[in-house]
Design a protein around this ligand. Structure first.
Ligand SMILES: [Fe+2]
Ligand SMILES: [Fe+2]
Length: 295
């Protein structure tokens, strides 16, 4: 029997440390974000936590790694080069797929930077242009990347897919329908949210497309917590899995950094998929926290 394909998922590294912003860069929504970073967030997003997590992840030798956004904090120009170096240390564009989060498009002035700096990490196979949705095939997987990253007003962390991306996604799923693939959606925002100011504003449209066309798995970040939700597909429920921030120390209701491994193999007419959760313990060691069959 063919060995299972292993997909690793981490999210929201919010790469520390934050470079000092120029004064001109603070004349925006960033002023509040910078205050938040200097008062709070720098205490909880730690490079040593991120390094421990990525070291453990690489030791597991997954077949592919998905990174679902918020690589940066305020999308300062000076944040993108260190974020790119960090992602290169995680793996090559052949082995890693990365999508943007709301923090990577924090203000309009730099909202194009993610697409320029990380194009090789989401560009569709054999495509010249890098745009969303994108499709990358790895083993039995079809990795479908979406972008919900749009600049928002101060205090808002909402996301939006937009009509063009939703229509292209629908066409993409129609094109894949005849193939036997384990389809994975990568999206920064969760499909359901209790928070009006953190939600994906057109989630209902995405949920409607998934109900008609289905996928096998949805991976997201943004909430910085362990999360399993289920959305309806044409042949049953689809698991939607969220992970904590990959650089986090436990604080408030946010758990310490963790990542998921998904061991995927065909079974009968369907699939077997086991989720293995690994994360930091109190001593900064990465341990297995949980293991559960998803299908
Ligand atoms: Fe985040
Ligand atoms: Fe986010």
């Amino acid at each position: 029997m063919m060995a299972a394909f292993t997909l690793a998922h981490l999210s929201d590294p919010h790469l520390p440390p934050l470079p000092a912003p120029r004064l001109s860069e603070l004349m925006s929504k960033r002023a509040l974000g910078y205050l938040n970073w200097t008062r709070n967030r720098h205490k909880y997003h730690r490079r040593e936590a991120l390094d421990a997590l990525v070291g453990d992840l690489k030791a597991q030798t997954p077949d592919h790694i998905a990174v679902t956004g918020d690589l940066t904090n305020l999308a300062l120009r000076a944040e993108f080069a260190p974020a790119a170096r960090w992602l290169q240390s995680v793996g090559s564009p052949a082995d890693v797929t990365a999508i943007p989060g709301n923090h990577d498009a924090y203000v309009r002035a730099t909202s194009h930077c993610f697409g320029e700096v990380f194009a090789d990490y989401f560009r569709s196979d054999a495509a010249s242009e890098a745009k969303f949705p994108s499709l990358r095939r790895r083993g039995p997987l079809a990795l479908i990347s979406l972008s919900t990253a749009v600049p928002t007003p101060p205090l808002f962390a909402t996301g939006r897919l937009g009509r063009a991306q939703l229509e292209a996604l629908q066409a993409l799923l129609e094109g894949l329908a005849a193939e036997r693939l384990f389809r994975v959606i990568l999206v920064h925002h969760p499909l359901r949210s209790k928070s009006h100011i953190k939600r994906l504003t057109d989630a209902a449209d995405l949920i409607a497309i998934l109900r008609r066309h289905g996928v096998e798995l949805i991976l997201h970040g943004h909430d910085h917590v362990h999360s399993t939700m289920w959305v309806d597909g044409p042949d049953g429920r689809i698991p939607a899995i969220g992970v904590p921030s990959a650089s986090a120390l436990a604080h408030g209701h946010h758990p310490a950094a963790a990542y998921n491994l998904f061991a995927i193999e065909p079974e009968g007419n369907g699939w077997r998929c086991e989720q293995i959760v690994r994360g930091l313990d109190d001593t900064m060691r990465v341990v297995e926290l949980h293991r559960v069959p998803l299908m």
